[in-house]
Write a protein that binds this ligand. Structure first.
Ligand code: V47
Length: 349
């Protein structure tokens, strides 16, 4: 690739360009890749448990055991009931991320997938388990990552969400999430998923203890893996939400910094086709702004099925959006909303 942006240039753009310039560069790139389209899907989330062995300092969702206030863990017989309570017939995806629950072994997670697969029509794609959960399943079952991913794929998983990447820099990672898989291990799970044909997403948690230079290096590491495998569909910049966690003393990043980070992500990640403005985290208006800074995807209708961001203080306490809402939001920004499936195929009515 000619004229690819490197670390120094990305830092110079980040530090020296004003918002207008970043918006226009990011918009030019997003329109070259995705035209005037803003993608969305019809989906719901399943969070089987929030009891977790890991103690990520940014997390407001985890509980240390089932007796703590706000803890939950679903039995297998509750999974089907939950799916049927959230699923509507036009949905095309269920997004499953929970925790690393010490009371569960790998057979539970396999059982969750089998149960979801049996509960929903075949055309609903299962996007399941973050790299951290998959890494820990393999470790505790003494299986290889490839074996676990192959088993999950055979049971019906067709994509992996982007969670758990946080920030790759080892020093910052040691401060915010010291006890879970490291950057190389996260990347290895995604590399292996790509090698067996699973599409995956990627993320970066920003606005905590990291600096811009750590973000740019994180983006470059994702870009390098994408050069190798071409298996990432989307990148989701995740803004650290500050309520109810051990890092609550940090002030939430200003919207100008958030938008700059979206634009820099779009500019650096020249090989990842989609940048997602995840509205349960950003809120509706800031998601619209992100569309003007390189984002081309708004995720989905959600149907009040995720608690990760409401527990961290997001304005979206019961995240529900209709397709009409998403279409209007895109159109007010000068874009055309397009319904997609989990693999960015357009759904034609
Ligand atoms: O890995 C946890 C983040 C992630 C907080 O793949 C927090 O389509 C901000 O990965 N403030 C899980 N972020 C969610 C995730 C995701 C979300 C939307 C779409 C996709 C996708 C993936 O949530 C975790 C962590 O980085 N997180 N706590 C917090 N207080």
């Amino acid at each position: 690739m000619i004229n690819r942006i490197g670390f120094d240039e990305a830092m110079a753009l980040y530090n020296e360009s004003d918002l207008n310039i970043l918006s226009s560069i990011a918009t030019q790139i997003r329109e070259e890749i995705n035209g005037k389209k803003v993608f969305y899907n019809k989906n719901f989330h399943l969070e089987p448990s929030n009891v977790c062995i890991h103690k990520c300092r940014f997390c407001s969702y985890r509980r240390g055991n089932i007796f703590e206030d706000g803890a939950w863990t679903m039995e297998i017989n509750e999974i089907k009931e939950y799916c049927l309570s959230r699923y509507t017939p036009d949905m095309t995806e269920v997004h499953i991320v929970g925790s690393v629950d010490p009371s569960r072994d790998i057979s539970y997670y396999y059982n969750v997938i089998e149960t979801v697969r049996k509960s929903l029509p075949d055309y609903v794609a299962i996007k399941a388990f973050s790299a951290v959960e998959i890494f820990d399943m393999a470790k505790s079952a003494q299986k290889s990552i490839k074996e676990v991913l192959t088993d999950l794929s055979n049971l019906g998983v067709s994509a992996i969400p982007g969670g758990g990447a946080e920030i790759f820099d080892p020093e910052i990672r040691a401060l915010i999430c010291p006890d879970k898989c490291n950057a190389q291990e996260w990347l290895e799970v995604h590399r292996t998923a790509h090698s067996i044909g699973l599409r995956t997403n990627s993320t970066m948690l920003f606005g905590h203890l990291e600096k811009r230079e750590h973000r740019v290096r994180h983006l470059l590491q994702l870009r390098e893996l994408q050069d190798e495998t071409d298996g990432f569909d989307a990148f989701i910049p995740l803004l650290f939400k500050t309520a109810n966690n051990e890092l609550s003393y940090i002030k939430e990043a200003e919207i100008t910094e958030v938008l700059k980070t979206y634009a820099i992500s779009r500019i650096v990640l020249d090989n990842i086709p989609h940048i997602k403005a995840y509205w349960p985290m950003l809120g509706r208006e800031n998601s619209q702004l992100a569309l003007l800074y390189g984002a081309d995807d708004m995720d989905g209708t959600i149907n009040d099925s995720t608690k990760i961001y409401s527990m961290a203080g997001s304005a979206e306490q019961k995240p529900v959006m209709t397709a009409g809402d998403l279409i209007n939001m895109a159109s007010k920004c000068g874009y055309v909303a397009v319904e997609r499936d989990s693999f960015y195929n357009e759904i034609k009515k």
